[in-house]
Design a protein around this ligand. Structure first.
Ligand code: ATP
Ligand code: MG
Length: 486
């Protein structure tokens, strides 16, 4: 069987575990990175503040001394600024001194000196009387300290401190977490593969064993070597095989018994049917023999008895012959047959019953119906059987209708009656041999079965439609041999 690796339990487990590791590691790294960032940033701010405040003191002194004429500034501020710019930790991006108006007195970039700044950052720095930390961009801090003594203010020292270093550290940290995550996933997959190997290898071995075991093998003799859950499974499997074997044997036994019972029942029915068919004429024959033994009959009476006995023996012979013949399904002896003649002859055999029960016969056979290649004797028997069933279903009279027609290259005969009909539940059984609803001695249950055997022997079909209380319609469809249909 072709298995998609992600469809296996191991595949799914690995996938889910990897997902879980990714989620946990992402959460963990987010938390750790934010914490680290905060710590580094705080440290930089602390250092930056200390740096700026210490330089602010020198700058204030310089500006104050200059104002009182003690010294000439003469580049002192510039030298502080250039000292500041030498700082590597924290790294200084820019440094400048602005007076209270925002005019640049000294700047790390000499070209800026003399310009006046009115930007937001500078305005806020000038307005603040304390060291102020601002963030002009994501990776830049602006730390400013007022150059003042008490309420006297000369300006502000503004220093830009880079957070680039922090960014690098954070990136390194994030990379570490990604690498750890990948490592964890690889370890998880390896551990998974190993653990699943422990489970699936014996399972596969068991599956192969299951495949190789022949159902009828004596499996109970096989030892179970393992001492784990797989062993339990293995034992269950062997137990199941044993049970199946036992059940199979039981089923075979029951089937054999059933077959024998059915056979006995069939023989019973056959015997009853044959006995009935044979017993009647035998009774007549015995009666004749009895009279013969008694003697004293006229010659004419003796001839009559002999004729009756001959007739009885012939009936028995015919019945036995029929049964044997149909049991062997012999081929019909076909010859071109005039169906109208056949139907009329079959009806004439029942003339007495038809008249007696006041049954109206409707024969619908077109004058130009073609002759059909059939075994006239056999199909005649079928008609008699069907007519008899119809007559027996109409004890109070009714209509017996026989229609013959050519439908789509087949010769179709329908025999319908207005009798009692067949209950739906027994309809599928009426063609079974020995199925009868008639009282013992009245019907053998062979009529429809024989009819079906004969029709099928002609490569035809026999279909019965019936509705209880409304009547029955039997349709026989036969192929035209001489028309090249078969
Ligand atoms: N035209 C019909 N109307 C009502 N029931 C029918 C008709 N034809 C057959 N059956 C039912 O089908 C059963 C089987 O018919 P089938 O001809 O095989 O046997 P049978 O008539 O009982 O006995 P046999 O024909 O051997 O004397 C009948 O017992 C009857 O119940
Ligand atoms: Mg019958």
């Amino acid at each position: 069987m072709q298995i998609n690796p992600l469809g296996t339990i191991q595949g799914k487990f690995t996938l889910y575990l990897s997902g879980l590791i990714v989620v946990i590691m992402s959460g963990l790294s987010f938390w750790a990175i934010s914490r680290e960032k905060r710590l580094i940033e705080n440290a930089i701010i602390r250092e930056g503040k200390a740096l700026v405040e210490s330089f602010a003191v020198s700058c204030t002194n310089t500006l104050m001394y200059e104002e009182i004429g003690l010294i000439d500034e003469g580049g002192l501020l510039d030298s502080y600024i250039s000292d500041l710019m030498q700082k590597r930790s924290p790294r200084v991006e820019y440094a400048l001194v602005v007076n209270v108006k925002g005019k640049v007195i000294a700047h790390s970039n000499p070209y800026e000196t003399g310009n006046t700044y009115q930007d937001y950052i500078t305005r806020r720095a000038l307005a603040s009387w304390e060291t102020l930390v601002q963030r002009p961009s994501a990776f830049l801090l602006d730390i400013s300290a007022p150059l003042a003594i008490s309420t006297k203010r000369w300006g502000t020292l503004m220093v830009g401190i880079s957070l680039e270093e922090m960014r690098n550290e954070i990136s390194t940290l994030a990379l570490k977490y990604v690498l750890f995550t990948i490592l964890f996933i690889i370890v998880a997959i390896a551990v998974n593969a190993f653990l699943f190997g422990l489970i699936t290898r014996p399972l596969k071995a068991l599956a192969e064993e299951m495949d190789s075991v022949r159902f009828r093998n004596d499996v109970s003799a096989r030892p179970v070597e393992r001492r784990d859950e797989i062993a339990v499974l293995q034992q269950s499997f062997y137990r199941m095989l044993k049970n199946l074997k036992a059940e199979e044997a039981e089923r075979e036994r029951t089937q054999r018994n059933l077959f024998l019972t059915e056979k006995m029942a069939a023989i019973g029915k056959l015997t009853a049917g044959v006995a009935h068919e044979i017993n009647n004429p035998l009774g007549g024959i015995l009666n004749c023999i009895y009279h013969f033994k008694k003697g004293g009959q006229s010659a004419g009476k003796q001839v009559e008895y002999l004729n009756l006995m001959e007739d009885g023996v012939r009936r028995i012979q015919q019945r036995v012959k029929n049964l044997l013949e149909y049991a062997r399904h012999p081929n019909p002896e076909r010859s071109a047959t005039d169906f109208r003649f056949l139907a009329e002859r079959s009806l004439s055999l029942l003339e007495y019953q038809l008249q007696h029960k006041r049954i109206k016969v409707e024969l619908e056979i077109p004058a130009d119906i073609p002759t059909v290649e059939i075994d006239g004797d056999r199909i005649g028997e079928v008609l008699v059987n069907l007519f008899l069933n119809a007559v027996q279903s109409m004890p109070e009279g009714g209509v017996l209708r026989v229609v013959a027609q050519v439908v789509a290259d087949r010769f179709v005969v329908t025999v319908s009656d207005t009798g009692m009909g067949i209950p739906e539940e027994i309809l599928p059984q009426v063609c079974d041999p020995f199925f009868t609803t008639k009282p013992a001695g009245k019907g053998t249950g062979l009529g429809l079965w024989l009819s079906q055997v004969i029709v099928e022997g002609h490569a035809g079909t026999l279909h019965i439609a019936s509705r209880q209380g409304e009547g029955t319609k039997v349709e026989i469809s036969l192929p035209f041999i001489n028309r090249g249909v078969l």
